[in-house]
Write a protein that binds this ligand. Structure first.
Ligand SMILES: [Zn+2]
Length: 420
């Protein structure tokens, strides 16, 4: 099972927007970009919502049928590990094997020594086509890097084999993710990691390193865009080199776990891909859920009232909602409006505070509040607790919600990344 060159990960937390999301891929196709849809939902999201991966599959399959989508699509078991992969095996055909927690875990000294011995080519001067300066490494550096990552890669191998055993075949897309960790992996570390992955014979088609800068949920990139662009290109060069050198799958590509809305690096991604004729997988997640809230707010009446109720609850439970996402949000609490203030808002005020407009739309409005946006981004548990009250509101306001979902994915994400 081969993941095509360009693929786009979308999260459909409440399993109501698959069709509106797929419309974004149809629009891309009409404008000349083949972008494969991948529906991703992490175990954490399933637990918070109380949903099952089979439900995501059913929603995706229904959308594919309704829109007569005949090209490939995938269902991603996002950020799974040995403890959580089981219920994803049947419905999923894409597995994001998350070993970020295993980075830095002690591995056997003899294993490290064997790795270093097996890879004399990693010591000294490594010249990679299209990277200006060759990497210079010594034995100590390779040892140190192996110490940092070998256990994680071997654990990924263990998870991969467990999935294959449980599925009864290896006909699925495997990704290894190391993004949910504190320090970014440099291109030379990526090369060493890829050598280890090849040793472990995990035929990954995507790899998600931690890139330089902050990827907070639902807001723009925070960091040095130039540095990101440089590292992104060096990662592309490193992957192309490693594919040949270590016989990794030919379609191996980077996976960017964007946390959504990284508008300021989209141009760097697109230009890097063009320059290297490379593919990419870009994952977005909570952005569709926020468009649901925006759609409800825009609808006014009961929809707006429900959006306000969601905010009030999220505000009241901010600490609890933020805790699982502490490393990927940055909320200034004193910048959060009180529920009393929000209750006085019109549809327009609510939408303007929450909507994150892209550069092509003229950028942020002065009313845009990234703190409120991040809080609601992690606040989907509130809507999950509302149960059918929430999903009935989605049904009652189907058109306005769908319009926002499609427009957001296509105009703000797919277009700047894949079409320019
Ligand atoms: Zn991730």
């Amino acid at each position: 099972m081969q993941l095509p060159k360009f693929s786009f990960g979308m999260g459909d937390r409440f399993a109501h927007q698959a069709k509106a999301q797929l419309e974004a891929c149809l629009l891309a196709a009409q404008q000349g970009a083949d972008v494969t849809p991948v529906w991703n939902k992490s175990n954490r999201e399933h637990l918070i919502i109380g949903s099952e991966p089979a439900g995501t599959r059913a929603a995706a399959a229904a959308a594919v049928q309704q829109l007569s989508w005949t090209k490939p699509y995938f269902l991603d078991a996002d950020h799974i590990n040995l403890k959580t992969f089981d219920r994803f095996v049947a419905p999923c055909d894409f597995f994001t094997i998350d070993v970020a927690d295993n980075i830095g875990q002690k591995s056997d000294e003899a294993e490290i020594a064997r790795f270093v011995e097996r890879h004399p080519e990693l010591i000294g001067e490594i010249t990679i086509p299209r990277i200006d300066q060759p990497f210079r490494t010594d034995k100590a550096f390779v040892e140190k890097t192996a110490k940092q990552f070998l256990a994680a890669v071997q654990h990924a191998g263990e998870i991969y084999r467990a999935i294959a055993l449980s599925k009864g075949n290896e006909d699925f897309v495997a990704e290894i993710s190391m993004d949910e960790t504190d320090s970014p992996q440099t291109p030379v570390e990526l090369l060493i990691i890829l050598a280890a992955i090849s040793d472990e014979t995990v035929p990954i088609q995507t790899i998600a390193p931690k890139f330089t800068g902050r990827f907070n949920k639902g807001v723009d990139y925070v960091g040095d865009v130039k540095q990101f662009a440089k590292e992104f290109r060096e990662d592309l060069a490193t992957i192309a080199y490693a594919v040949e050198k270590y016989s990794l799958p030919k379609n191996l590509k980077l996976s960017v776990h964007s946390g959504s809305d990284k508008y300021s690096i989209y141009a760097a991604i697109r230009e890097g891909l063009q320059a290297f004729d490379a593919g990419v997988h870009v994952k977005t997640a909570g952005t569709t859920w926020l468009e649901e809230v925006i759609g409800l707010a825009e609808a006014g009446g009961d929809g707006l009232a429900l959006a306000k109720e969601i905010y009030a609850e999220a505000y009241a439970h901010a600490d609890e909602l933020c805790a699982p996402y502490a490393t990927v949000i940055d909320i200034h609490k004193d910048n959060l409006p009180t529920p009393a203030t929000v209750n006085g808002w019109t549809s327009e005020q609510f939408v303007q505070a929450l909507q994150h407009r892209s550069p092509a739309e003229g950028g942020d409005l002065p009313e845009y509040n990234p703190d409120l946006r991040q809080l609601l981004h992690v606040g989907f548990k509130v809507a999950a607790k509302m149960g059918t009250r929430y999903t009935d509101a989605l049904e009652a306001n189907k058109e306005v919600v769908a319009r926002n979902v499609t427009k957001n994915l296509f105009e703000r994400h797919v277009k700047p990344i894949f079409l320019g």
